[in-house]
Write a protein that binds this ligand. Structure first.
Ligand SMILES: Nc1ncnc2c1ncn2[C@@H]1O[C@H](COP(=O)(O)OP(=O)(O)O)[C@@H](O)[C@H]1O
Ligand SMILES: [Mg+2]
Length: 245
């Protein structure tokens, strides 16, 4: 589903992603773990199309399309979704309006009529309730004044509504209490199936105990320095990143 080849990216003349190769097959959950500043968020941003990065070399193919030539909105309508490490607050835009605009943009691209209001409201209410988010979060301005954990739940609410093919989750577990982590993990696990793929960026074992990854890669200085299965998470927890550089 996603094929990153020989990718090098710099910001302000500093090389952040360094000759990276990474493939994520359909139906797979791939975890990327790495120390602070190793380039994980840069990788997520480059996949989703955030401007401001200098792509020095390489390609990113999503379902055989070279997405580096595709604008971020188009990438989203193709089925790429990113949950932000730091979700942005958008005062003045109600959460439900944002969600409705997002889903209708995807439907429009796929020649489907706008969503029926009643069905839309039923669905977002159902998802919010599953995530333990009160209905009031849907009418509030997007993320404005939400706690860290509520913002993360709101990212998963978007994911469950938009039903993307590729989910890029950038530290979705940071700032979550134990109960919220379980709720979010359950949402992610239930959504994961043979037709979609996940790139799960995290520092901690705890999320990966709930959402068992098929592959684990350790990232350092913008490249993969070790790969393995779920057992690598335990080894990393014991040894720390210092062993992998
Ligand atoms: N816009 C930017 N300007 C300057 N440096 C940046 C910018 N974005 C990222 N960096 C630097 O790139 C490195 C990798 O950052 P990031 O991808 O956020 O790491 P991670 O998510 O792994 O903690 C860091 O040293 C960070 O300071
Ligand atoms: Mg980061």
């Amino acid at each position: 589903m996603l094929k990153i080849s020989n990718l090098s990216v710099s910001v302000e003349n500093k090389l952040i992603i360094n000759n990276l190769d990474l493939e994520i097959d359909e139906g797979k959950k791939v975890a990327v773990m790495g120390p602070n500043g190793s380039g994980k968020s840069t990788l997520s941003n480059v996949i989703s199309g955030k401007p401001g990065y200098d792509i020095k070399e390489g390609s990113i193919e999503f379902e055989d399309t070279d997405i580096l030539k595709v604008d971020p909105e188009e990438r989203a309508t193709m089925g790429i979704f990113m949950a932000f490490q730091y979700p942005v607050e958008i005062p003045g835009i109600a959460n439900s309006s944002f969600l409705r605009t997002a889903i209708n943009s995807i439907r429009k691209k796929n020649n489907i009529d706008p969503v029926n209001t009643r069905i839309f409201l039923e669905e977002i209410n159902q998802i919010a309730s599953k995530l333990g988010l009160d209905k009031s979060f849907l009418s509030r301005d997007m993320n404005a004044g939400f706690s860290g954990g509520e913002k993360k739940k709101n990212e998963i609410l978007q994911l469950l509504l938009l039903k993307p093919k590729l989910c890029v989750l950038d530290e979705i577990d940071s700032g979550l209490d134990i109960d919220s982590l379980k709720v979010i993990s359950k949402g992610i696990s239930e959504y994961s199936n043979k037709k979609n793929s996940m790139l799960i960026i995290t520092h901690y074992q705890r999320l990966l105990d709930h959402v068992i990854p098929d592959e684990v890669h350790i990232f350092n200085n913008g490249k993969i320095v070790e790969s393995g299965d779920h057992n690598l998470v335990k080894i990393l927890e014991e040894k720390g990143y210092k062993e992998f550089s």
